[in-house]
Design a protein. Structure first.
Length: 363
């Protein structure tokens, strides 16, 4: 039985003592004392925890245990909240579908665990399943999602720290061959020679505008006014206006000239369109995204370019990267053209909830 407590220490938890502002806890089992410092609140908390441990009463701490292990604190519960966060970010349908699919993988792995019990080791083991298969790009994508998930959880007070931060993914080897100006020109020449006119036109539009396949496919007369091409990007909803007199010096084409080449005898709402009735598709109809990709692949094949051992040939999307590189060389703000937010664009872009347009300067 412990010694009688003074009036000064009666208000303190059992076994906690204060001497000249310094707190210590005495183990009732052997009388050994442990210093707890001068922070009274911390000392009281630690003393209560220690008393519960030595008294074997942790099993009776119903409220604390329920809070620590309840479904409300589980990864599954947080995944529900995080899904709503993703839904509210205004992502393109395809992007949202990809993230939601990856979130299901996270839920399957940790759904029943307390989110604050997941450790860096757990995260490393989770990511290793893709690294072992040589799928470093997928491992990197999953790490990015889990990192964002825990950052959001930390901001909402669900976890005290982010266990993903210390983890690393080995260097991701880029297997996709880079599209150069020379290889673009070879593929473009093959398209002109062997395929319908819209194939070359789609490549030209992608190069001089720097926009994605889905945006190129959507371009039409309605996007042109006041000497500019007005683009509201399908993926990010960024709004970009491109002067028709913007010229890519490397090929000698301006945006306006390429658009003029897209116009033919067929009335169409799309610059990239079928010029004749083909397989049930009427002349003037827009070209589907899959058809654009397949046609580019066919032109690439007919160009007979050797891409190198172990390299995947570039896709239509690589034209966007080539466009950015070529415009950067001639001094055009490639970030503005692509519709990306960055510190370099501050003078051009003020974020007014997506209501303002990024205007591309001609150089």
């Amino acid at each position: 039985m412990g010694r009688k407590r003074s009036s000064r220490t009666k208000a303190l938890p059992a076994n906690l003592y204060e001497r000249r502002g310094y707190f210590s806890w005495r183990d009732p089992r052997d009388g050994k004392e442990y210093g707890l410092g001068r922070d009274k609140r911390s000392a009281i908390t630690q003393a209560i925890e220690a008393n519960h441990t030595v008294e074997g009463t942790r099993g009776r701490r119903a409220l604390v245990d329920r809070l620590a292990t309840s479904k409300e604190a589980s990864m599954g519960a947080w995944c529900d909240i995080y899904q709503s966060i993703l839904d509210g970010r205004g992502l393109a349908e395809n992007s949202l579908s990809v993230f939601s699919s990856r979130l299901k993988t996270v839920r399957a792995a940790w759904g029943e665990m307390r989110i604050d019990a997941i450790t860096t080791r757990d995260v490393a083991d989770f990511l290793e399943q893709w690294e072992r298969q040589g799928k470093k790009r997928m491992a990197s994508a999953m790490r990015a999602l889990v990192n964002d998930l825990f950052r959001a959880a930390q901001a909402k007070g669900w976890v005290a720290h982010n266990p993903v931060t210390p983890t690393k993914i080995g260097n991701v080897e880029v297997k996709r061959a880079r599209l150069t100006l020379e290889t673009f020109q070879s593929i473009h020449a093959a398209a002109l020679k062997h395929q319908p006119a819209w194939v070359a036109r789609s490549m030209e539009l992608a190069l001089v505008t720097g926009q994605r396949r889905e945006d190129v496919a959507a371009f039409g007369p309605r996007n042109v006014r006041d000497g500019r091409l007005w683009v509201e990007q399908g993926k990010t909803k960024a709004k970009v206006c491109i002067p028709l007199d913007l010229r890519m010096n490397a090929v000698g084409w301006s945006v306006g000239e390429v658009i003029a080449r897209c116009r033919d005898n067929v009335l169409s709402r799309h610059f990239v369109h079928h010029s004749s009735n083909v397989g049930g598709v009427k002349a003037g109809s827009g070209v589907s995204l899959n058809t654009i990709s397949a046609a580019f692949s066919e032109a690439r094949r007919k160009s007979r370019i050797a891409w190198g051992e172990g390299k995947d040939p570039p896709t239509f999307h690589e034209i966007r990267s080539l466009s950015a590189r070529l415009y950067a060389v001639q001094g055009v703000n490639a970030q503005a053209l692509l519709g990306h937010k960055s510190p370099d664009m501050t003078a051009l872009y003020r974020d007014a909830r997506g209501s303002e347009w990024i205007e591309v300067a001609t150089g």
